[in-house]
Design a protein around this ligand. Structure first.
Ligand SMILES: [Zn+2]
Length: 270
């Protein structure tokens, strides 16, 4: 299957950075679009180290308001203001995290040199890309997909061959951040081509994981197995295992063979 997304792990440590792992951030690139998922402290420097560049970095999704997932936003937005590689930045998240980011922008000093928008993340479609030459979603688009020619709103006659490339199956990427295990997670992740899941603790520390509201590597693997995903990447790992991280991987692979341990600056295709 062809590669659709390129994913770069920018920060894979839980709560605090280590010498080898920065705090949470993952970059998802699709064609000329870049989506940043979470933005812990130091993320902008990780973007530079990964040679990704700031151009087209116009969408940020913040999973929640904990500092290890959003403290890097102030610095990133200030740098975008200095270098001006984008004309618009849209930040998605819950109302609390958006308010915190809004407060940070108050310290930047110069008014934003780009269109900065905040959108509360809600269930359902939040973004579509590359409209078929202005043919809106709906019956017209369905007729076009069914092979009929039709007239665009601008009066142009549009034939299916003009706008439809070879059919490609969709891709499903699931990112699970900071949660306890609960069985319904596997219905959310059902059939994903790639599951990136928090795996903060080893199962030997399951009681600690539950107390702190996190998952173990074994639980992440159970979600992957029950959801029938293609691949699992363990993410958001506790610094307490810095000298024995292989145990997280071994524990998860015992339950779900196609498991990998995400490392900072690893890039994968999905
Ligand atoms: Zn976290």
């Amino acid at each position: 299957m062809s590669e659709t997304f390129r994913i770069t792990f920018l920060g894979t440590s839980a709560a605090v950075p280590t010498t080898r792992r920065n705090v949470s951030a993952t970059l998802v690139a699709y064609q000329d679009l870049k989506w940043l998922i979470d933005c812990g402290e130091g993320t902008q420097r990780q973007i530079m180290r990964a040679n990704i560049g700031f151009k087209n970095l116009s969408r940020v999704v913040l999973s929640h308001e904990h500092l290890d997932h959003m403290l890097g936003m102030g610095g990133l937005l200030a740098t975008l203001n200095m270098l001006q590689p984008v004309e618009q930045v849209v930040v998605h998240g819950n109302p609390t995290v958006l308010e915190r980011v809004r407060q940070m922008t108050g310290y930047i000093g110069r008014t934003a040199q780009y269109d900065l928008q905040f959108q509360v993340l809600q269930e359902g479609l939040v973004f579509t890309h590359r409209q078929l030459v202005g043919i809106p979603n709906g019956p017209e688009r369905r007729r076009l997909l069914a092979g009929e020619s039709l007239q665009s709103p601008s009066g142009q006659l549009v034939h299916p061959d003009d706008v439809l490339g070879p059919e490609e199956p969709g891709k499903k990427l699931v990112y699970i951040s900071d949660t306890m295990y609960f069985p319904e997670l596997s219905s959310v992740a059902q059939g994903a081509d790639c599951l990136i899941s928090e795996a903060t603790f080893l199962h030997a520390d399951a009681a600690l994981a539950a107390e702190a509201g996190h998952m173990t590597a074994a639980q992440a693997a159970m979600v992957a197995r029950d959801a029938g995903v293609a691949r699992l990447y363990l993410n958001h790992v506790s610094q307490r295992y810095a000298q024995r991280e292989h145990l997280l991987l071994e524990e998860a692979r015992h339950i779900f063979a196609h498991t990998h341990l995400a490392n900072d600056l690893d890039t994968i295709g999905v």
